[in-house]
Design a protein around this ligand. Structure first.
Ligand SMILES: Cc1cc2nc3c(=O)[nH]c(=O)nc-3n(C[C@H](O)[C@H](O)[C@H](O)COP(=O)(O)OP(=O)(O)OC[C@H]3O[C@@H](n4cnc5c(N)ncnc54)[C@H](O)[C@@H]3O)c2cc1C
Length: 437
């Protein structure tokens, strides 16, 4: 499988996944379980992306408001494994300030690192950690290879199928894929520096009503202590700490200067917010900031232009796609780049929508797929489908599809993601416990 040419080592694989966030890790595991040889490229020394480095710490929306399950499969397995390590709290349903129901599983990001390590190792995926994408080589509409920068120098990878799970769709951008533009008045959703705060007296903090929390948050925002008028947090399992999601950084995270600046500004905002919480929020008086996220969490950057562009209308009046490969129920939830508020379009209690396979296929390429928060969706639709539950479900589907495409690549005929038989893909997903509607 490996050979040396000149100074570069070349590694061939059926599937190379670029980016080890939750979407990429699920894609890699799913592909390997289908028997594909898989290399998973990740720039950090651990997997998880926003879910670990970004410390997002709660998986949202497994169900419709009335309790119909819409995400399962590999995503459920992640939660079961977290529980075995004691790293996830019980599934929790709550009423939001809009009066609608939402459900979530709060988890410990450090434990998720172990879970993803286990899943990758057991599936036989070759993890390539501390490896950053350098460039991608194409021959016409085909990705021929990519090069990654590692501690040992430049490594060349030759996949039959490339799955871009880098969030920012760095590999597809290098491969010359087309991307969707923001429309009139739209702006990228802001990034957030999560921070861990504790100890908290949850008896008192948890007893605060929605109205009391909203009043405290509005006061903190008006006084300049909070960058966002919210006190949104995830409790860390088996501890008196919570991860707070309340800073707001209006940047394009693919701009390296802006990204570095946001890390610094994010820590400043978090520090100020922690001071406000300790001084003003009941139950938090003994607390202090204990940790920052390893990096700012990024909600939105590039969205690839795929064979189908999923729109908000298709989520709100749900379209039954013949090539549906995942479902979701998370509402449209746009954090505006400026100001303290949220733009929120809630869904009815039995409302679920579907994601078509064609939204994973970059229009300009034949042997590549995109997964996670950069799939082919409008800005508004992405604001719903970006959550980790759905990202995992989409990754699960892409991994199986990539393995199928690689396996079907005949003599002299490269892998074709559009030739994947969708009924067989859907059957494989259902066998793996996924929900498609
Ligand atoms: C602040 C915040 C709060 C959120 N709240 C929630 C919530 O409460 N519940 C919920 O379910 N979802 C939430 N989300 C959404 C969710 O976390 C993300 O949309 C989701 O994690 C995206 O997963 P991903 O795998 O597509 O991308 P990412 O998590 O961005 O993963 C991309 C991976 O690729 C790697 N990578 C990137 N570029 C390269 C490169 N050039 N070379 C090598 N590796 C690379 C990264 O290191 C990373 O590991 C939130 C997001 C943010 C930012």
């Amino acid at each position: 499988m490996n050979k040396d040419i000149g100074t570069s080592r070349v590694v061939e694989a059926d599937v190379v996944v670029c980016g080890g966030g939750v979407a990429g890790t699920m894609a890699a595991v799913a592909a390997a379980r289908q028997g594909a040889s898989v290399v998973l490229v990740e720039r950090y020394g651990f997997l998880g992306g926003n879910a670990t480095a970004g410390a997002v710490a709660q998986f949202n929306s497994w169900q419709t408001g009335n309790g119909r399950k819409v995400v399962a499969g590999l995503a459920d397995e992640v939660v079961e494994r977290l529980r075995r390590y004691g790293g996830a709290r019980e599934h929790d349903r709550f009423v939001m300030s809009t009066g609608h129901h939402m459900d979530r599983v709060e988890y410990e990001p450090e434990v998720l690192k172990l879970v993803l390590d286990d899943m990758v190792a057991e599936a036989g995926v070759q993890p390539l950690l501390h490896a950053s994408l350098l460039d991608v080589q194409c021959e016409g509409r085909r990705v021929a290879g990519l090069r990654v920068l590692t501690k040992g120098g430049v490594l060349a990878l030759r996949p039959a199928v490339l799955v871009d799970a880098s969030g920012d769709m760095d590999a597809l951008e290098q491969a010359g894929a087309r991307f969707l533009e923001l429309g009139g008045g739209e702006a990228l959703q802001p990034a957030t520096m999560m921070f861990r705060f504790g100890p908290i007296d949850f008896e008192r903090f948890g007893a605060l009503s929605k109205a009391e929390l909203a009043e405290l948050a509005a006061r903190g925002y008006a006084q300049g202590g909070l960058a966002r008028a919210a006190l949104h947090s995830s409790r860390v399992p088996h501890s008196d700490d919570a991860w707070f999601n309340i800073s707001r950084l209006a940047i394009d995270a693919t701009d390296p200067m802006a990204l570095g600046g946001a890390e610094i500004e994010g820590r400043r905002q978090a520090w100020k917010a922690a001071a406000f919480i300790a001084a003003s929020v009941p139950g938090c008086g003994n607390g202090r900031l204990r940790a920052f996220g390893t990096q700012v969490g990024v909600r939105e950057t590039r969205r690839v232009e795929g064979d189908h562009v999923l729109t908000a209308a298709e989520l709100l009046e749900p379209v039954q796609f013949a090539d549906a490969i995942a479902a979701g129920a998370y509402p449209i939830d746009i954090h505006p780049a400026q100001g303290g508020s949220l733009h929120y379009v809630p869904m009815d209690d039995d409302h679920a929508y579907q994601i078509p396979y064609r939204s994973l296929i970059p229009g300009a390429l034949d042997n590549a797929l995109g997964v996670g928060r950069g799939i082919s969706a409008s800005h508004e639709a992405l604001a719903a489908i970006r959550v980790m539950t759905i990202s995992m479900a989409v990754g699960h589907a892409a991994g199986i599809a990539a393995a199928m495409a690689a396996k079907a690549a005949g003599e002299g005929m490269g892998a074709q993601v559009r030739a994947v038989p969708v009924p067989a893909l859907r059957e494989a997903l259902l066998r793996g416990g996924a929900v498609l509607a």
